[in-house]
Design a protein around this ligand. Structure first.
Ligand SMILES: Cc1cc2nc3c(=O)[nH]c(=O)nc-3n(C[C@H](O)[C@H](O)[C@H](O)COP(=O)(O)OP(=O)(O)OC[C@H]3O[C@@H](n4cnc5c(N)ncnc54)[C@H](O)[C@@H]3O)c2cc1C
Ligand code: FES
Length: 309
């Protein structure tokens, strides 16, 4: 297990803090996850409950790593009960990561808990010579996680932060994808990095294609093995755990199911919008121009056999 992928290992929660309504960060020390690349994920085992994928939401310094959990069901609910001193079991890091070397003027778009995947990217970019712009969206200000870390980067002049709330409680009123579209319209960005509900990703893919700015996006799918064996995370022939979770524009454009259809625990196909894929709790783009249920991949015909494929 020299790269941390082979076996589960116990780590002790050392710092636990609420980040937003129903969202907790759990920080621990682990020499493998502390060397993850931005966008990679860990498999977190809660004995007697389940093993689930979580983005590595903090990478270093030293051997520090963290996950940031939004409670949506049994396993995430159990993780919200973790206190400092408790143990969890981890394996990883797994999956692809954001490629940002060639990006000079990046725009990061985080929908809800998607910030967990993007915050280490923002920090890595800011540690170099770039000043990324980051849109953080949520239904209301109390539901946007990791805002303190983003605020600290902004205060040091290393991040331009744009909040987007659906209820107008902070920043601009509206969806993260709408705020991103306005920013992209100003022509100041040469690349987009996104993580959030799949309808948001689908909307961004349409915008990116239209204006000719490349998009990398992290996707969520039901995962069991996390290492490319079981097939539960498949999307249009790709496995999110092994080929993703971060996909480039070419792969995203080939996904007919993007923003439309996913597999549930039993392997049955269900509409993505049955639950906000990244835990925003619903489909924030539903029914809006440029996004939502049934929009799917803007580069693909919608025909198939209806939303269930
Ligand atoms: C690569 C990756 C990174 C992730 N990172 C984070 C993170 O940083 N923080 C975080 O809070 N969550 C993250 N998730 C989502 C998290 O893994 C799921 O919310 C979790 O597995 C749900 O488990 P549960 O037992 O609490 O809920 P369950 O009881 O299993 O499910 C509750 C509901 O959510 C649906 N659901 C479960 N898992 C998924 C999924 N993967 N995609 C879409 N719908 C699903 C179920 O069908 C059900 O409707 C990530 C997922 C992936 C694939
Ligand atoms: S989770 Fe098993 S193949 Fe991806």
């Amino acid at each position: 297990m020299r790269d941390g992928r082979g076996e589960r290992r116990a780590v002790r929660a050392e710092e636990v803090e609420w980040e937003a309504r129903g969202v907790k960060s759990i920080a621990f020390r682990d020499r493998f996850l502390s060397r993850a690349l931005p966008g990679q994920f860990a498999m977190i085992w809660i004995p007697g409950v389940d093993e689930i994928p979580m983005s590595v939401s903090r990478i270093g310094p030293g051997e520090w790593a963290s996950i940031t959990v939004k409670g949506v069901g049994e396993a995430t609910g159990a993780l919200l009960g973790i206190e400092a001193g408790d143990r969890i079991w981890v394996r990883g890091p797994y999956g692809t990561h954001y490629e940002f070397e060639g990006s000079r003027r990046p725009l990061l778009v985080a929908g809800g808990i998607g910030a967990a995947s993007l915050m280490p990217l923002a920090e890595a970019m800011a540690a170099g010579d770039r000043i990324p712009t980051m849109v953080m969206g949520g239904r209301s200000i109390g539901e946007i996680p990791l805002i303190r870390r983003a605020g600290a980067l902004e205060a040091s002049g290393r991040l331009r932060l744009v909040l987007a709330t659906e209820d107008g409680s902070a920043g601009v009123r509206g969806l993260a994808s709408e705020a991103a579209e306005r920013l992209l319209g100003e022509g100041d960005h040469d690349s987009i990095f996104a993580c959030g509900p799949e309808p948001m990703i689908a909307a961004l893919l349409g915008i990116a294609g239209r204006i000719g700015v490349p998009l990398q996006a992290s996707l969520e799918r039901m995962m069991k093995c996390g290492v490319g064996i079981c097939g539960s995370c498949s999307i249009d022939g790709l496995r999110v755990c092994r080929d993703g979770p971060v996909f480039g524009m070419g792969a995203l454009m080939g996904m007919a199911d993007l923003g439309r259809v996913r597999m549930d625990e039993s392997g049955a196909k269900v509409p993505v919008s049955a639950r906000g894929a990244a835990g925003e709790g619903g489909s924030p783009n539903a029914g809006r121009p440029g996004g939502g249920r049934g929009q799917g991949n803007p580069f693909k015909p919608q025909a198939r056999n209806g939303p269930m494929g």
